[in-house]
Design a binder for this molecule. Structure first.
Ligand SMILES: [Zn+2]
Length: 197
């Protein structure tokens, strides 16, 4: 056993996705070797992000203010809404530079295996926004949960907002592929080749 404080730090690193015992041990020992100043900066960043970040009240994306920078940008097309599962997908799409509408972040997917229901997600807000939109682009991943969520949303939107065009991004994306792992060219094609649902 390592001293208690070190064991505790190893346990903290183990909570991170993809980090096993050996990696957690390596990270913790690395922290022991760092300057105190650098470690303090690291620790402060962890607390800071928790204290400052909130969800944008319009789109659900991560934001330091009530509204995220994209929702606050008047140059963007606020009548075109690109629906994604997580803030990571917004970053991936923004990197393409090809999309000029706004986003809606569900913060999860409907999942029977994980017990996630539509009411657990940022869906009511999407329906409200869709009433004033021209197009809603469903860009959840090509996984089973992603498809289930897209199907659910397309039916719901067609029932509640029959005037809005609902489209689904093309799946040149690798099956099971997550948006944030797709390269920028693939993502741009997925947007351009979207289809009405
Ligand atoms: Zn926003």
């Amino acid at each position: 056993m390592y001293p208690d404080s070190l064991e505790k730090l190893i346990a903290c690193f183990r909570r991170l996705p993809g980090v096993g015992e050996r990696t957690a041990e390596r990270y913790a020992l690395m922290i022991c070797d760092e300057d105190e100043e650098d470690v303090a900066e690291f620790a402060a960043a962890l607390v800071d992000v928790k204290q400052k970040l909130t969800h944008c009240r319009i789109c659900g994306n991560l934001s330091e203010g009530e509204e995220c920078g994209i929702c606050a940008d008047e140059k963007r097309n606020h009548r075109q809404i690109f629906v994604v599962q997580s803030p990571k997908d917004v970053i991936a799409m923004e990197k393409t530079g090809e999309y000029h509408g706004v986003y809606h972040v569900l913060n999860g997917l409907i999942s029977s295996t994980k017990g996630i229901l539509p009411e657990d997600l940022n869906i009511n807000e999407l329906v409200e926004r869709a009433g004033n939109a021209e197009e809603v682009i469903l860009a959840t991943s090509a996984t089973m949960d992603g498809e289930t969520t897209a199907m659910y949303l397309s039916r719901l939107l067609q029932a509640k907002c029959p005037d809005v065009l609902v489209t689904r991004i093309a799946h040149g994306l690798p099956s099971g592929g997550m948006l944030d792992y797709a390269d920028e060219i693939t993502l741009t094609h997925a947007l351009v080749d979207r289809r009405k649902v």
